[in-house]
Design a binder for this molecule. Structure first.
Ligand SMILES: *[C@@H]1O[C@H](CO)[C@@H](O)[C@H](O)[C@H]1NC(C)=O
Ligand SMILES: *[C@@H]1O[C@H](CO)[C@@H](O)[C@H](O)[C@H]1NC(C)=O
Ligand SMILES: *[C@@H]1O[C@H](CO)[C@@H](O)[C@H](O)[C@H]1NC(C)=O
Ligand SMILES: *[C@@H]1O[C@H](CO)[C@@H](O)[C@H](O)[C@H]1NC(C)=O
Ligand SMILES: *[C@@H]1O[C@H](CO)[C@@H](O)[C@H](O)[C@H]1NC(C)=O
Length: 623
């Protein structure tokens, strides 16, 4: 993707918009959800067969989701050969994908009864399934409820558990015109929330107008809906490098109003710049880290060196490498929009030469840089590239902002926005608390909602999804207005490194009491790990007690208290609230906590659902 081709795309979009567009396959629009009435698109049953190609090699896409997140499970669901899926995505035949990863699925698309292109797979109805759920939730929009009904002729009410359905999946072959233009394949791209046509065109490296034409979309205001298919015409086979999607803009954190947005073309620019800069920064960081470890290794060898002369030479070389790291950092500073490279001297000035007075705790200092308060974390070892890589692509008000970096004598220094009210743990736990430190019910709910919003963003809006793994009250920071920010992203990974020496605890990172059972038992990692920890955190926010203490002090059935079946919920709540909270809302929140802490990870809600529930609680708490 280069700026030149974008410019070209832009110019050609303008010039093409004066042509009369003769559509190929009408875009399905919002019709997927129209189960009862006849849909508003004539492609609801499938894409119409073309005059030239009765069958062809085509591609579907599928976003990995918990039940279908591996080559074997997706292969079974979509009836595509595992070897074909593994080849198309450059992974092994046993590979597992991260949630929401876009997976390319090669299929043989053909014309059924001279009417619609389709590719058949089968599906056995399970408890709770209906046509819409099967089409939209399981197949993510690759089929529609009307097409299912049309194909199977089984009325919706007679859809019994165990019924085997033919599921027609939406694929298409190039039309005559497309073939003449060199199009060889059509991929059925699954639109996700936040997508627009220009983004999709960038993913596959094709022009916007070929997509608009292929889907008979208007050039003026092409609207596309999540969980629908958009045909993308391709000249070459799609490759796994294309399914790494650009990061999405952060959703506005409720309840602050969203920032005003610009036109979509300027947004596109931002994605490109962020994407290109991000990739570049990461490569540079990795280089500099390699340099550094190389340098350290040499230095260690040095101490054993026999000749002073030789050591001195090596030292000079070390200095060179150090300079090189600095140079690399300087290059980063030239292009990185999201953070700045500071000289070590700037940080020394900011923190009174890292005086104990400036120490917040551990190896975190506060300081004033260019008139702004900042928190500066000194990191002695380990891999900071992960944290930098993540925070470079994240821009969300509920995730702590990395504003700069520095490097000196083998240490990294990360500069963060300053959170004036410190860690949430200082406000929650009894033993940390002085009299004045107490949060109201509404503040507590807002903090929980902020954390949930930040986690939802990390889980669903960045690619690949990020799992924090060590969520707890001390890793949540509060700003001057008591708005919460998730922090400490490096920790889990640093611990992982340390634990490598100790095979017994190799994959157990994080904090006791916060860790989900499936993780403790099998080291299973999913976003539901954070959901569990979030539940524990909310429990602490409501009770004012650390979870370990809670378990020690009480031998009751936590579930029954949380679900409000037990009279004891009132005794359970933080006494510093002094009863100032709506009991029915507390019971509702208790229910959310109980759901988050379910033993079976698949039954825990997603962060997105939690955000919805907590927003309601927050709104009701205000009124
Ligand atoms: C194919 O292109 C020709 C001219 O380029 C146009 O007249 C015709 O309508 C197009 N057909 C379709 C189906 O778009
Ligand atoms: C799947 O792979 C086999 C063997 O490589 C190939 O012959 C076949 O055409 C592929 N099918 C699809 C649908 O890509
Ligand atoms: C695809 O299916 C069509 C018709 O069902 C068949 O003629 C064709 O050989 C198949 N192609 C491949 C590569 O399997
Ligand atoms: C899909 O299955 C239906 C039967 O339900 C059959 O009529 C149709 O030909 C099949 N289509 C393809 C492309 O295999
Ligand atoms: C459609 O399915 C997606 C998951 O694939 C889900 O998030 C969404 O809420 C569903 N839409 C409706 C209207 O239920």
């Amino acid at each position: 993707m280069n700026l030149f081709s974008i410019t070209l795309t832009f110019i050609s979009t303008i010039s093409f918009s004066f042509h009369v567009i003769l559509g190929q396959q009408p875009y399905i629009g919002a019709a997927t959800s129209a189960c009862d009435e006849k849909g508003n698109s004539n492609s609801i049953l499938g894409y119409t067969c073309s005059e030239v190609n009765p069958s062809c090699q085509a591609y579907l896409t599928f976003r990995a989701q918990p039940l279908y997140n591996s080559v074997p499970s997706i292969s079974k669901l979509l009836d595509s050969d595992p070897s074909n899926i593994s080849e198309a995505n450059s992974v092994s035949e046993e590979a597992t994908f991260e949630t929401n990863k876009l997976v390319i699925v090669p299929i043989n698309c053909s014309c059924s009864g001279d009417q619609y292109y389709q590719f058949n797979t089968s599906f056995v109805v399970e408890k709770g399934d209906n046509y819409f759920g099967i089409a939209n939730n399981t197949f993510e929009g690759l089929s529609t409820c009307q097409a299912l009904l049309d194909q199977n002729k089984i009325p919706a009410v007679d859809l019994d558990v165990g019924t085997k359905l033919v599921v027609p999946l939406r694929c298409a072959c190039p039309s005559k015109n497309q073939t003449e233009e060199g199009v060889r394949y059509l991929i059925s791209y699954l639109v996700k929330p936040g997508d627009d046509v220009s983004q999709v065109s960038e993913i596959f490296g094709v022009t916007i107008e070929t997509i608009l034409e292929a889907n008979s979309l208007s050039f003026q205001q092409p609207t596309i809906n999540p969980f629908t298919t958009l045909l993308v015409p391709l000249q070459d086979k799609p490759s796994s490098s294309q399914t790494v999607e650009p990061p999405l803009p952060p959703p506005p954190p409720p309840p602050t109003p969203p920032p005003s947005s610009n036109g979509s073309s300027s947004k596109t620019w931002v994605y490109i710049v962020v994407g290109v800069v991000g990739a570049f920064v990461i490569i540079l960081l990795i280089c500099s880290i390699i340099f550094r470890s190389h340098y350290l290794k040499k230095k260690r060898k040095d101490s054993e060196a026999v000749s002073d002369n030789f050591a001195a030479k090596e030292k000079a070389q070390g200095k060179e490498l150090e300079d090189e790291s600095r140079e690399l950092l300087e290059i980063i500073s030239g292009i990185a929009q999201s953070f700045k490279v500071y000289s070590f001297e700037e940080l020394q000035n900011a923190t009174n030469n890292f005086s104990p007075k400036s120490l917040i705790e551990g190896s975190v200092y506060h300081g004033v840089i260019n008139g702004d308060l900042a928190a500066i974390k000194k990191i002695d070892g380990g891999d900071v590239s992960k944290e930098m890589e993540l925070l470079n692509k994240v821009n969300h008000s509920n995730v702590i902002r990395l504003s700069g970096v520095s490097f000196k004598d083998g240490h990294w220094y990360l500069v963060y926005e300053y959170a004036a009210n410190g860690a949430l743990s200082d406000w929650i736990y009894f033993h940390n608390k002085d009299e004045n430190k107490s949060l109201s019910w509404t503040q507590r709910i807002q903090i929980a909602l902020d954390v949930a919003t930040g986690l939802d963003y990390l889980h669903s809006f960045i690619s690949p999804p990020y799992i924090h793994k060590d969520l707890k009250c001390s890793n949540i920071l509060l700003d001057i207005d008591f708005r919460a920010k998730i922090a400490n992203f490096g920790l889990a990974r640093l611990l992982e490194l340390e634990n490598d020496q100790n095979a017994m605890t190799r994959h157990i990172v994080g904090t006791r009491g916060y860790m989900a059972p499936e993780y403790l038992e099998n080291g299973l990692v999913s976003t539901k790990l954070d959901v569990y920890a979030f539940g524990v955190m909310m429990l602490e926010i409501l009770t004012g007690k650390e979870v370990a203490a809670l378990y020690e002090e009480n031998d009751f059935n936590l579930s029954s208290v949380l679900q409000g079946e037990d009279e004891r919920l009132r005794d359970f709540m933080d006494s510093s609230l002094q009863g100032n909270y709506p009991l029915e809302l507390a019971i509702f929140v208790g229910g959310i906590i109980d759901d988050c802490m379910k033993k079976d990870p698949t039954t825990r809600p997603s962060m997105n659902e939690i955000v919805t529930s907590l927003s309601k609680v927050f709104d009701s708490s205000l009124s």
